[in-house]
Design a protein around this ligand. Sequence first.
Ligand code: SF4
Length: 352
Amino acid sequence: MTKKNLLKLNLNELKNEFKKNNIKGFRAEQVFNWIYRNGIVEFPKMSNLPRVLINELTEKYEINDLNLNKKLIAKDGTQKYLWKTNDNNLVESVFLPYEDKNRYSICVSSQIGCSIGCEFCATGIDGLKRDLSVSEIIEQILKIQIDVSKERYGSPKITNIVFMGMGEPFLNYDNVMKAVSILNDEKGLNIGMRKITISTSGIIEKIKTLAENNQQIGLAISLNAPNNQLRNKLMPINKKYNLDKLMEAVNYYIRKTNRRVTFEYVLMEGINDHEIHAEQLIKILKNKLVHVNLIPANPVPELDIKKPHQGVAKYFKNRLEDNDISATIRVEKGTNIKAACGQLRASYQNGG
Ligand code: SF4
């Protein structure tokens, strides 16, 4: 009998699932509490459950879809996890501690591989294998929470989640949104909606759906090019949803939610980091409720991506701010462990 993974169920569903098996509702609360509040994912360790119930749960259910395959720790404390799924695929997540700000973020993956094929990204090289399930999404966060609790960080609580790992989260919308609602449950990990950000390459139908659902979740657009010609080249999705269509969807989102949208702009030397690109960026984003996150590229030798020259990110920031567009430069993290999107998996598969 295939065992059902409990992580794909929210608390109500867990109660209903238990009810079908004549297990009392309060047992569901206890199990939920063990998993999310205590980080206990083995039934025999759930010490307030009777032995018969532990046996029954062990027989019917599991809480294990991902096994740690490799973990890398960078000098700056960033930790990269490579997981193996039950069907032998690799998935990665990154733990990013910002201890001075008391912020502990996890960058999670939403798919195995990716169909979007951005030119600068190692994840897209082999195309999409499959969507991650709800439990596989949740397990990345839960297992990192458990892991870092044992370590030198003094049990920090994960405070922020960004869907910016492998895959396009909006092409796995239902599973991502269900995982978000479970992570947000106050009886579970209790991660605030405002602390969860979904980054999309620009799937405009889902930007509109998110606007209509008006959840408090953060929206980030992976922009990376300020004109159609360059964006078509860097992010082929732009041929389907060009900048006009993308900005129309973003405007709709802002009108509906009154929430600020973040634009991610990875600065790559000689590709999108000229003065003219800064001016084009200003033209697109001026007078809008947006924030620009400038990200100096992590070098990817296989893809000939280089870091921008020193001072370029600052120049972009200054030009944007001169035009009243809020901007920050993302602190580089995990460069020595290949912490950019998809890089660990690509290099590992190549024996790196
Ligand atoms: S950057 Fe994101 S959307 Fe683009 S190929 Fe990589 S994983 Fe997919």
